[in-house]
Design a protein around this ligand. Structure first.
Ligand code: SF4
Ligand code: SF4
Length: 403
């Protein structure tokens, strides 16, 4: 081989390595002019651009080894079957690796409640709910026809008026100039479940907690679940209004707000957030329950944030006879209402909620308690069979014992 040829090959090899290494470690998008035109030409073939951070995460999507352990645990797979929802294994092993087919297969992704139970069982730590979220995001961006209409309507409502509810928020809050904690009521606390919000305020008063409410907007979690990527603007507004109170400490009523504060990059590291359930045992001298009660672990509060014992402890301290359902703590079945399912497939969501209430009935519970507004909403609307068990939040139950 002559010298010129050797030099040419060495040059080629150098460029190849330089380029690969730069792409591997670069967090910047290095797309040249013409890239958008390239994408638009191939849009019909569902070829789209993934941002740099997601390219990193995308590697973890390939962890699934198709062991099939997760499938039987999935509430949706059990409830509606393969045709309508092929289950977490197929999401992780097939759909995540066939992005170009999202335009034809993606619709089934809206039947996942994003409860993360499958992740608890996965020996490979495949981030299944994140995969669902990732694909919903790109469907929302490029294939909006596949997004269920009720989810699109909810997203535009939140963008328009800062809440998932189309009604004027009540005057349930109590705003001060500054305080140690901001009480973040969430959309349900401001509009649909004011009674629970009032019980929380009464509880904090009895505990002499220095708190204020703010003129808040939706935390962004329902938008993220639907695939919309506009929650960053809502986060900016909330952070600004929390900071105006000279604090970073937040108490949330909704576990989904809490997870959003932990996971969304705009909030992460800026707030010290806890959920109201973590304070429950501090409520002074609540006694007098004689009932048999079961506690339903909300997926985000339990599985994701690890809050299992505090609500149970508060109920036992109040004298209640706590019985446990078959699936509890990390392995608890979900209520069926998250992931947009309560909006896009209400009947299925309610059927799942009824199963959970039957679980409580089967262990003899007179009252089924929980501490998430989404669980409470679907349990109440799904009408427990035979009117039993009675449904309540733990806070309302404990405050009710005092009255
Ligand atoms: S997150 Fe829940 S509903 Fe979705 S695949 Fe996993 S177990 Fe099934
Ligand atoms: S996602 Fe995890 S548990 Fe499910 S099949 Fe793949 S490796 Fe197994």
């Amino acid at each position: 081989m002559d010298r010129k040829r050797i030099e040419a090959r060495l040059n080629l090899a150098r460029h190849f390595f330089q380029h690969s290494i730069r792409r591997l470690f670069s967090h910047e998008d290095v797309n040249g002019p013409g890239f958008d035109e390239f994408l638009s030409k191939y849009r019909e073939d569902n070829i789209f651009q993934i941002d740099a951070r997601e390219r990193e995460r995308y590697r973890t999507f390939a962890r699934c080894v198709q062991c099939n352990i997760c499938q039987p645990y999935c509430v949706m797979f059990r409830a509606i079957g393969y045709e309508e929802f092929p289950g977490p294994m197929v999401v992780a092993s097939t759909l995540s690796r066939a992005l170009a087919e999202l335009g034809t297969t993606g619709g089934v992704l809206y039947n996942c409640t994003q409860c993360r139970l499958c992740e608890t069982t996965c020996p490979e730590n495949a981030p299944i709910a994140e995969i669902v979220g990732f694909m919903r995001k790109y469907i929302y961006k490029y294939n909006q026809d596949l997004v269920p209409k009720p989810l699109l309507e909810m997203c535009s409502l939140v963008q328009k008026q800062g809440s998932i509810f189309d009604e004027t928020p009540s005057e349930v809050g109590r705003e001060k100039t500054t305080a140690e904690y901001v009480l973040f009521l969430g959309c349900h606390g401001r509009s649909g479940q004011q009674q629970r919000a009032r019980a929380v305020i009464s509880m904090l008063d009895r505990m002499a907690v220095d708190f204020t409410t703010i003129d808040e907007v939706c935390c962004g979690a329902p938008l993220r679940a639907a695939g919309s990527d506009v929650g960053h603007e809502l986060a900016r507004i909330n952070i600004e209004r929390i900071r105006e109170k000279n604090t970073a400490k937040v108490i949330t009523l909704c576990p989904h707000c809490l997870v959003e504060f932990h996971e969304r990059s705009e909030y992460a590291g800026k707030l010290e957030a806890i959920h109201i359930a973590e304070l429950l045992p501090e409520l002074p001298s609540v006694r007098g329950s004689r009932e048999i009660v079961a506690y339903h672990d909300p997926c985000m509060l339990g599985r994701v944030c690890g809050v299992f014992d505090r609500p149970r402890q508060a109920l036992t301290l109040a004298g209640a006879r706590l019985v446990e359902m078959d699936t509890i703590r990390e392995m608890a079945f979900c209520c069926g209402n998250w992931g947009g399912l309560g909006l896009s497939a209400r009947n299925t969501a309610e059927a799942i909620a009824v199963r959970r209430m039957e679980d409580a009935q089967s262990v003899g519970a007179e009252v089924l308690l929980t501490e998430c507004p989404w669980c409470l909403e679907i349990f109440r609307s799904a009408n427990p069979p035979g009117g039993k068990p009675r449904i309540s939040s733990v806070v309302e139950y404990l405050i009710g014992l005092e009255e």
